[in-house]
Design a protein around this ligand. Structure first.
Ligand code: HEC
Length: 344
């Protein structure tokens, strides 16, 4: 059973690695007080940010999801909307254990998928604690913790260490959030300028960053080379650009060399030829390139050999031959080249 996160967020990785860096606590696990010095640091690190009053919440804000406050044994026993979070001696009836053990992609899994996850040693201690009737006020040894549980508890940092780590992490997260707001604000004018000319064509890729995406698909053949130059104000921020089925030719494609962060580029069904690929071969961040239905030939493909991050290349209905693709694949091993269904 693995309790590492499947898609770890930056915060999850940071918490995981920082907590691992400080496993040493002054007291040996056997002497630590069960609840305050072992259980609390586990719950504080992984649960309090959504199940605690402001005073105990690492975010400094009150957040008690599902009406479940996990900061005292009484409140844990009382539980939230649904049921007690823990029932002394009864693992099956203890909702917090059940939720932690659900598959990570289950909507009810705790902590939520994109948040720092409980580690196996933490779950081991929590399960023992429930089975041992939720002891408090005595040492791990006096509460009868067996050797494997003591070994697991040894890896739990002290509550003070967890608090310190969380303070740093939340300060950092806040700083990043502030930076994101500022970055997005700085782009507002440029976005408005581009939107004014091409309504609904530009936007942010996601809520979490300030990367931009542009699509000319709805304009089709009305979108021409001279229009591409009008993206200049946002060129540094663009990561996805869809020019599929537009009137773009090699002349317009030259503008793309001013978009150094491009990761995905659609040029399918455009007038691009081998010459235009000269403007693309330096786009080193490119991961996806669609050249479906263009006049690109084997000579053009050779120009793309230096794109080390390219993972997907669409060459269906081009003049590229399968021999050239084989040659290309020798240097671009990680690139999936799609030739479509070809009748030889
Ligand atoms: C990022 C926020 C977040 C974190 C961290 C988190 N939870 Fe939750 N938790 C929620 C939300 C939201 C709900 C309500 C939705 C649901 O039931 O899935 C919830 C519901 C629950 C419930 C159901 C309560 C009831 O009676 O309905 C339990 C039990 C629970 N969480 C336990 C935990 C435990 C244990 C941890 C830490 C190991 C944890 N949660 C960490 C957000 C969080």
């Amino acid at each position: 059973m693995s309790h590492t996160t499947r898609i770890p967020s930056v915060l999850a990785i940071a918490v995981g690695s920082i907590l691992l860096l400080h496993p040493v606590t002054a007291k040996p696990a056997a002497e630590r007080e069960v609840y305050k010095e072992v259980i609390v640091p586990i719950l504080r690190g992984k649960c309090y940010q959504c199940h605690a009053e402001a005073a105990d919440n690492p975010s400094g804000k009150k957040k008690i999801k599902a009406k479940l406050d996990l900061t005292t044994i009484e409140l844990i026993k009382k539980g939230g909307d649904e049921a007690p979070a823990a029932v002394a001696g009864d693992l099956e009836e203890s909702l917090m254990i059940e939720r932690i053990k659900l598959p990570h992609d289950d909507d009810d899994h705790m902590p939520p998928e994109d948040k720092p996850q409980t580690d196996e040693h933490e779950l081991k201690v929590l399960e023992w604690w429930v089975k041992a009737n939720l002891p408090e006020g005595k040492s791990m040894k006096d509460a009868g913790a067996p050797d494997d549980v003591l070994a697991a508890a040894e890896k739990v940092p002290s509550d003070e260490e967890v608090k310190k780590t969380l303070v740093k992490l939340f300060a950092k997260a806040e700083k990043n959030a502030a930076k994101l707001v500022a970055d997005r604000k700085a782009l507002e004018g440029a976005i408005a300028e581009v939107s004014g000319q091409f309504p609904n064509a530009i936007g942010f890729v996601s809520q979490q960053d300030s990367d931009l995406t542009f699509t000319a698909v709805s304009m089709r053949k009305d979108f021409k080379d001279e229009h591409l130059a009008k993206l200049a104000p946002v060129s540094e921020g663009l990561v996805d650009v869809n020019l599929g089925a537009t009137s773009i030719t090699d002349a317009g494609v030259a503008n793309l060399s001013k978009m150094p962060r491009l990761r995905k580029l659609w040029l399918n069904g455009t007038g691009i030829t081998d010459a235009g690929l000269d403007s693309i071969k330096a786009l080193s961040a490119l991961e996806y390139l669609n050249l479906y239905g263009t006049q690109v030939t084997d000579e053009g493909l050779k120009k793309l050999a230096g794109l080390k991050n390219l993972k997907k290349l669409y060459l269906w209905q081009t003049k590229v031959t399968s021999g050239a693709v084989e040659e290309f694949k020798k240097s671009a091993k990680d690139c999936d080249v799609n030739m479509g269904i070809k009748v030889e």
